[in-house]
Design a protein around this ligand. Structure first.
Ligand SMILES: [Zn+2]
Length: 129
């Protein structure tokens, strides 16, 4: 999986200024063969690309309602996501995180009631004596 998000890159070396510059904005990604390039505009105004090896990913094909696709494309056009694929990966990762967090909460809840039931049984024993 990705270790660094394109939007998390804060500083890059500018080969034209020969200085490290702050990243002003992320302009998007470009894929050539198996290499992904992230394109940034630096505070000096120069454009800088970084090369990222695409982590091992598998292609899946899904059908989505046209309205969802249009809304995703709108967010991409607004610059909130680098591409439709970037949006879908983010959405899937986020839902997986929510699901597994939900499972952990359910386990805590079950443990709580199991413990309470044990405590109540002990309380009943005390009442009988
Ligand atoms: Zn520069």
């Amino acid at each position: 999986m990705e270790t660094v998000q394109a939007l998390e890159v804060k500083e890059l070396y500018c080969y034209k200024c020969h200085k490290t510059r702050k990243v002003k904005e992320f302009l998007g990604e470009q894929i050539k063969g198996v290499i992904r390039y992230w394109i940034y505009r630096l505070e000096c105004g120069h454009i800088r690309t970084t090369r990222r090896n695409i982590p091992a990913m598998k292609l899946i094909t899904i059908h989505l309602p046209p309205a969802l696709i249009e809304n995703i494309k709108l967010l991409v056009a607004m610059g909130r996501y680098a591409s439709v694929a970037h949006f879908v990966r983010y959405a899937v990762r986020h839902l997986l995180w929510e699901e597994f967090r939900g499972i952990e909460k359910e386990k805590e809840l079950i443990d709580y009631f199991v413990r309470r039931k044990i405590i109540n049984k002990e309380a009943l024993k005390d009442d009988q004596n």
